[in-house]
Write a protein that binds this ligand. Sequence first.
Ligand code: KG4
Ligand code: ZN
Length: 342
Amino acid sequence: MKDTYILGIESSCDETAASIVKNGCEILSNVVLTQIERHRIFGGVVPEIASRLHIEGISHTVDLAIEKSGIAKEDISAIAVTAAPGLIGSLLVGVNYAKALSLVLDKPLVPVHHLRGHIAANYLYENAPKPPFLCLIASGGHSHIVIAHSYTDFEVIGRTRDDAAGEAFDKAARAMGLSYPGGVEIDKRAVLGNKNAFKLPHPHLDTPYDYSFSGLKTAVLNTLNQAKMRGEELNLNDLCASFQDTVCDILTEKLFLAARDRGIKTVVAAGGVCANSGLREYLKRRAEENGCTLYYPPVSLCGDNAAMIAAQGYHEFLKGVRAPLSLNAYATMDIANVNFSK
Ligand code: KG4
Ligand code: ZN
C-alpha cells in the first residue's frame, strides 16, 4: 500500500509548529517554535503578540519540518491544520498558511480540531491505543472526559464548569508569584514539598463526571492572603505539593469513576497537564487499581505540537474530511460536533 505523508501545522496558542508524520504513527520531523519567553514577562499569553510571532515564524518552521523529514514537497499526501479551538488571530495564521500551501502544492486541505490532536499524540509511539477508549483531556483551556468511539467520533461525558486544569495550575502559580507557565513551576516545587501540609477542598457537583477548579483556586488565594495578614512565611513547596495532589486526585477520581460506570478498560490521557509528574503517578496507580490499560504520551508530546495534528489529520483524511480554500478558523468548537463549514 502507498505510504501517506501528512504535513501538520499548529498555531492555536503560543507554539508555531510543523511536522511530517508517516501513516499516522511515525514522526519524520517535529519542529516546535515556542514563544513562551516572549510572553513570560506578561505572566501569560498576549494574543496580539502571539499572532505576530506566528506570522514571523511559520514559513521557516514549515520549511524546516519538510526539510528534516527527508521527503519532497511533492510527496506530501495532505496538509492538516488546526482550525479550532484557540486564539483566533493565532489560528488564522496557521490556517491561511496551510490554505496557501494547499493551493500552491495542489494538496488536499484537512482541518483538525486541536483537542482531537492532543488525543492523537497517543498514536505516535509503540503499542498505541485503539478506539474505543475513555480519555481525559487536561490542557490549558479544557478539561474533558470523552469517550472516543472511533478515531473521529467522540462523546463528551464530563467537562469543567469553570477553570480548566491547566488554567487552575497557571492561576494558582501566578498567585504564588511563580513564573508562566505555572504548571511546570508547580510541578518542580511539588516534588520538594509535603502534599499533606494543606487541606484543600474537593468540589461537590451534582453531575458525576464534571470538574470545577475555581473553588480550589480561591482556597489557594485565601491561604496565601491569610498567611500574609498574619505575617507568616508560607512554605510554597508544601502549598504546590498540596495543590497538585488535590488537582490530580480530582482529575483521576472522576476519570476512573466514569471508566467503572461505563465498563471501559482502556484509558487514555492527553493535553499539556498530562506532563505533570503527579498526574502521571495518579493515573498509573488508579489504572492498576481499576484493572485498566493506561496510555499517555511522552512528556515531549503532551504540550502543543504539530505531530499530533498530523496524526489526527491522517484519520480525518482517511475518513474523507476536506476543506475548501474558504476554510475559516474558530475560537471555540465542541470536540464532538466538529463543523468547519459554518
Ligand atoms: O495542551 P497545552 O499545551 O495547551 C492547550 O491546548 O491549552 O496545555 C498547556 C497547559 C498550561 O496551562 C500549562 O501550565 C500546563 O499545560 N502544563 C502543566 C505542566 N506542563 C504544562 N501543568 C502541570 N504540570 C506540568 N508539568
Ligand atoms: Zn493544546
